[in-house]
Design a protein. Structure first.
Length: 257
């Protein structure tokens, strides 16, 4: 699987057949998809393409973002890329940090997105969690393990232990600068007051145990968007909400609407 370079450092890879579905991922190690497509990203894109019978376009943020990058900058780069790639409104699925970007995109660039799925995302994030994410980036810059901080933000119990092991395997792989830039840009980001401007169908999926986007923030976001649908999963956290058996049918029904 080979990707391609888009504008302003964005990169993308497409897989599957059917109507287009653009996916914007959450925080990760990052990768220039024109250089390499990580195995997990490839598997995820293929699973979404097969499960939803769509041509999935996975779009990664820049690996080397300029100093002072804002969410508005990032949204603008995505708007240019999607307008050039499709020439008409397209369905977009944003997860976590990708959801934040997608929400800014919809607000600043009407006519780019047809339907919006926001998974474990809201119009602002929990301040304590944002500080923890910034601390995680600081530890990584110092060459120290961020496993305990990072895993605690997104999981509990056995799942957290699995993620701790995954963090251990990834240790020593430098995180791309674009990932740290996203965390920095999100520190004071809040578009709650603008939610009433949104005029497209929106589905929000969240978990009641999510620490980064707690349920009260997800509910407030859904309440602020005219006609928005909300799936709030009891007992699910930032990661486990994505794999809940109710998530896929809800998204499939929404996209088919």
């Amino acid at each position: 699987m080979r990707g391609e370079r888009l504008n302003d450092g964005l990169s993308a890879v497409a897989v599957g057949e059917g109507l287009p579905l653009v996916t914007l991922p959450g925080l990760g190690q990052g990768a220039d998809l024109a250089v390499r497509v990580p195995r997990l990203a490839a598997l995820s894109a293929k699973a979404l393409a097969g499960g939803f019978r769509r041509r999935v376009h996975l779009v990664n943020r820049p690996v080397r973002a300029p100093a002072g990058m804002t969410l508005a900058d990032l949204a603008g780069w995505h708007a240019t890329a999607l307008r050039s790639r499709f020439g008409e409104p397209v369905d977009v699925w944003g997860t976590s940090g990708g959801g934040v970007t997608a929400l800014q995109l919809v607000l600043d660039h009407p006519g780019i997105v047809r339907r919006l799925v926001l998974c474990v995302a809201a119009s602002r994030a929990d301040p304590r969690s944002l500080r923890a994410l910034a601390r995680m980036m600081e530890l990584e810059r110092e060459g120290r393990s961020s496993a305990w901080v990072g895993s605690g933000l997104i999981a509990d119990g056995p799942l957290r232990l699995l993620l701790l092991a995954a963090y251990g395997l990834a240790r020593g792989r430098p995180r791309e600068a674009g990932e740290a830039a996203l965390v920095a840009a999100a520190q004071n980001w809040d578009v709650t007051a603008r939610l009433g401007e949104i005029g497209i169908p929106v589905l929000l999926v969240g978990g009641t145990r999510d620490r980064i986007f707690p349920p009260e923030l997800v509910r407030a976001t859904a309440d602020g968007i005219p006609g928005a649908r909300l799936l709030l999963l009891p007992g699910r956290g930032h990661t486990s909400a994505l794999f809940d058996r109710r998530t896929k049918p809800a998204i499939a029904d929404f996209l088919a609407g």
